[in-house]
Design a protein around this ligand. Structure first.
Ligand code: ATP
Length: 291
């Protein structure tokens, strides 16, 4: 049996960390959204095998147990004692180690897909709890709809659709290691974000307030090592974005505006400064299972 799942990239419209847990992990308070830049994850169950295989069209990715999609299949199989192999093929479109949660989204797609193929009947909340053991972004990726995300990433509260908008994404050449940025957070110095104000603005479809309240606490930490982030952000604002900021731990920068024609103008102008630029829309949840 087989299924194909769309695995959309995520962006952080607001990202804050109120404190660090005793085990060193950050407590998160974030507004996350999914966009229609997506990987495609094809999952096939193999009744006469016990192997889990992952193949991708990206030369950069591990295809063994270091791949988050592999970990997802193994975790679900072990937990429910399923005696089958799984073959996973990933068509990779989301830039790797970019702050867009590509690996987490692939893992979430495997959990969703196998939940259907093995008829486990698990709720999104149950899948999110399993996914948290893989990465803090996996629970959100199970939902892939605008949400307030708290705890270590496992408390996902949908907040309804975004006001109409277009998003321009620019991926600088550098890759960023998330753990190395998280280790650098100094809780006495960081500038906190008004995450609740962004939630409120989205719930009331108040685009103007939303763009003034967006922000990312990790941006200044990553930008110290990757100053290109601030340059791209400045260009986005100069070319007409209403807000621009880094996503996750970076280095991807995104900006928002309301009109498609303006987004196209910003896209064209940015292409001179950054090779990898995309125009995207918020993700449409109805298109999650492809066929
Ligand atoms: P994070 O969720 O940690 O912020 P990110 O969005 O910045 O991550 P990813 O593209 O998820 O970045 O990659 C992070 C790391 O995970 C990379 O080192 C990559 O090799 C590894 N990885 C494992 N499996 C995958 C996968 N299926 N897709 C992308 N990266 C993967």
């Amino acid at each position: 049996m087989e299924i194909s799942e769309k695995a959309p990239a995520k962006l952080n419209f607001s990202l804050d960390t109120p404190f660090r847990h005793q085990n060193g992990e950050p407590e998160w308070k974030m507004v996350m959204i999914a966009v229609d830049l997506a990987d495609y994850v094809h999952i096939q169950t193999l009744p006469n095998s016990h192997k889990i295989t992952v193949s991708t069209d990206s030369g950069f990715l591990p295809s063994d147990q270091r791949n988050l999609a592999y970990q997802a299949a193994k975790m679900l199989r072990d937990k429910y004692q399923i005696n089958e192999g799984v073959a996973i093929t990933i068509d990779k479109n989301i830039p790797v180690a970019a702050g867009m949660g590509g690996g987490s989204s692939d893992a979430a797609a495997v959990l969703r897909g196998l939940n259907k193929l093995w008829q486990l009947g698990l709720s999104r909340k149950e899948l999110a709890e399993i996914g948290l053991k893989i990465d803090s972004d996996v629970p959100f990726c199970i939902y892939s709809e605008p949400a307030l995300v708290t705890g270590k990433g496992e408390i996902v509260t949908p907040i309804g659709p975004l006001p109409p908008l277009k998003i321009i994404i620019a991926k600088p050449r550098d890759s960023v290691s998330t753990p190395s940025i998280l280790r650098k957070i100094n809780y006495d110095k960081i500038k906190h974000q008004d995450v609740d104000a962004v939630v409120c603005a989205i719930k009331s479809q108040d685009y103007a307030t939303m763009v003034t309240k967006m922000g990312n606490t990790l941006e200044s930490i990553t930008a110290e090592r990757h100053p290109e982030i601030l340059k791209i952000k400045e260009k986005m604002l100069q070319f007409g974005c209403d807000a621009a900021q880094m996503s996750g731990s970076g280095p991807t920068v995104f900006g928002v505006c309301q009109k498609a024609s303006r987004a196209q103008h910003i896209y064209n102008s940015l292409r001179g400064f950054c090779k990898e630029v995309y125009i995207v829309s918020p993700y449409n949840l109805d298109q999650q299972t492809c066929f």
